[in-house]
Write a protein that binds this ligand. Sequence first.
Ligand SMILES: Cc1cc2nc3c(=O)[nH]c(=O)nc-3n(C[C@H](O)[C@H](O)[C@H](O)COP(=O)(O)O)c2cc1C
Ligand code: SF4
Length: 464
Amino acid sequence: MEKIILKDIPGLDKIDVYIANGGYSALKKALSEMSKDQVIDEVKKSGLRGRGGAAFPTGMKWGFMPKGDEKPKYLCCNGDESEPGSFKDREIFEKNPHQFIEGALIAAYAIGACAIYIYIRGEYWKWINIIERCVKETYDKGFAGKNILGSGFSTEIYVHRGAGAYICGEESSLMNSLEGKRAYPRIKPPFPAAFGVWGNPTTINNIETLANVPEILNKGGEWYSKIGEPKHPGTLLFGVSGHVNRPGVYELPSGTPLMTIINDHCGGVRDGKEIKMVIPGGSSMPPLTKEECMDMKMDAESLKAVGSGIGTAGIIVMDEDTDIVDILRRITKFYYHESCGQCTPCREGCGWMLKVLQRIIDGNGRQSDLDLLISVAQNIEGNTICALGEAAAWPVKWTVKKFRSDFESRVKDGLKISTKNKVHGLRSSEEYVEVKRETDPVVRELFGTVQENVHNKEVKRFSS
Ligand SMILES: Cc1cc2nc3c(=O)[nH]c(=O)nc-3n(C[C@H](O)[C@H](O)[C@H](O)COP(=O)(O)O)c2cc1C
Ligand code: SF4
């Protein structure tokens, strides 16, 4: 299949190679031949939906922006990419960054933005360096800045480093962070198109979403709408991790069967094992059982029909040896750590779910803990300012519901299990290093040593 984004062209990150392969022709076409509304209509016709998690129709989002020039308007490009299991925007930054920048320039023209903010998580310095170089190349060729290609349209591009928190990827929190404030999500409404960066109309899009735009203008919205599933068309960048032989990012049409991705593209489950559980769209999406995986198509509507979601299309595969309870504890610990703390249900609920999961793992769980976990999760979802609440609640609610027997066996016998398989690799979960040596021999005799798990940083006291 012809790739739309991850094209197999060496050196495509250099502007001359990109231009030699048709790059920036879509921007020229938009500026010289199309009105702003025509660009938005073409994107609407394509059926493009956002790749940042919610699969919201892109053309419709652009259409929400006010038409007048009373206030400055902005475009934010979301390169925070912090959802566990998601690593596909990285491929665009490294392999085809100009296609994303061209898409952002076209979007800025369509919505009338005077500035484009490319927000990238601060630790991702390698991508930031690439994008800063590419932005300079774009200015040097006259594709950005004042009076682009003599069209009368002007827009500036700024690269902004985030300070490194999952919550900064949430759109309203990203805008607060950009303004130099603490990255607290804002209550909506008002939505960004009405009240965005510095209170001005703003559109925010994911990097992959924008990287699709140049080819939509080059080849037409209708062409794009015929790729993959009609209600969620185009290709998706599937980032596959976990227990497969060839993890990586695969660009495939939406609706590609999950088992085709796992078996044909990723070389099957490692060591010929059976699947136990698959998370289809980044760690916040409800998991799939082995049976659900068998004829699952990977697009927003098919996953919605079984109560899950496409999210960021980050697929995490777990084999039959996986300790599901420990995986859920690890995921919950992440959301507990990343909660910004504004809303009580999220702040307290994440901590409660973690405590209950931890006591089940420690062999102190009770049968009633399973319904307690579901109840806490249900009291978080729908009751918070932003969707991090759901991101934390859904994995707990659905993993306990779908894999209940795994939890029941642990609370029934008070079992302590240590499995070798972690979802992110082969390392043992039981490696501890001593972090505090008790110098007093009596204290040491009585209380042992304090040691920290090298992987999950949990501190335990060991008898000496
Ligand atoms: C807690 C949280 C974290 C998010 N992180 C990201 C992210 O890293 N990248 C991203 O594009 N969208 C992220 N989103 C979704 C954004 O809020 C927003 O919907 C998206 O950037 C819109 O772009 P799209 O319409 O192109 O998908 C996150 C949402 C939540 C609730
Ligand atoms: S849901 Fe959680 S992360 Fe989102 S605003 Fe509330 S406390 Fe913060």
